[in-house]
Design a protein. Structure first.
Length: 189
């Protein structure tokens, strides 16, 4: 089932999401989130973005194409399709690097965000097996962005007050549903 995507202005995006009871059957929810993300051409989707305030996000960067001219040094993302349940970022390290991010909940807006290079994360996979792994580069960035969602944080929170003021009108339009997307959205009440 493809869910509509909750957009900027909906309070669910600002809540700290709750843990999922260990062992509960979320197979269908995970499958639906993957389907929703693919339909919207996203590379990550957190449960609050479909209106569910629980600590779960999915990622799929397997179809992400490297930028032109950067094919050689591009990291291998072909295996980066996963679900992170009740995740906990244990440590972030390394030099912050900037990259233009976007978000399905903030359509048609992309801005540079600096994030640390490496992340250590503990989480349950879809079989409720506890994992602890280290990611860096683009994988770390996707994880950090999605993790922020379950903490009630959005990438625009990192922008300067000046930049935020410039975007105010655009954000207000998104909240009113005055935005073009090729996927279904839920307009905040
Ligand atoms: Ni996002």
């Amino acid at each position: 089932m493809i869910y509509p995507i909750v957009v900027y202005g909906d309070p669910v995006l600002r809540q700290r999401a709750k843990d999922i009871e260990k062992g509960s059957d979320i197979t269908q929810l995970i499958a639906d989130m993957h389907e929703t993300m693919q339909a919207a051409h996203g590379i990550g989707l957190a449960a609050p973005q479909i209106g569910k305030s629980v600590r779960l996000f999915v990622v799929d960067a397997t179809t992400l194409e490297p930028e032109e001219g950067e094919e050689d040094e591009a990291e291998d993302l072909s295996d980066f399709k996963k679900a992170f349940i009740n995740p906990q970022i244990i440590e972030e390290s390394g030099e912050p690097w900037a990259f233009e991010e976007g978000c399905l909940s903030i359509p048609n807006l992309r801005e540079n965000v600096a994030r640390k290079e490496t992340v250590r994360i503990k989480y349950y996979n879809e079989n409720w097996e506890l994992k602890e792994e280290v990611y860096d580069g683009m994988k770390a960035r996707i994880i950090q962005h999605e993790y922020d969602h379950i903490e009630g944080k959005l990438f625009i929170d990192y922008l300067s007050p000046f930049k935020k003021r410039l975007l105010k009108g655009k954000l207000a339009d998104i909240t009113k549903g005055k935005v073009n997307t090729d996927y279904r959205i839920t307009i905040p009440k």
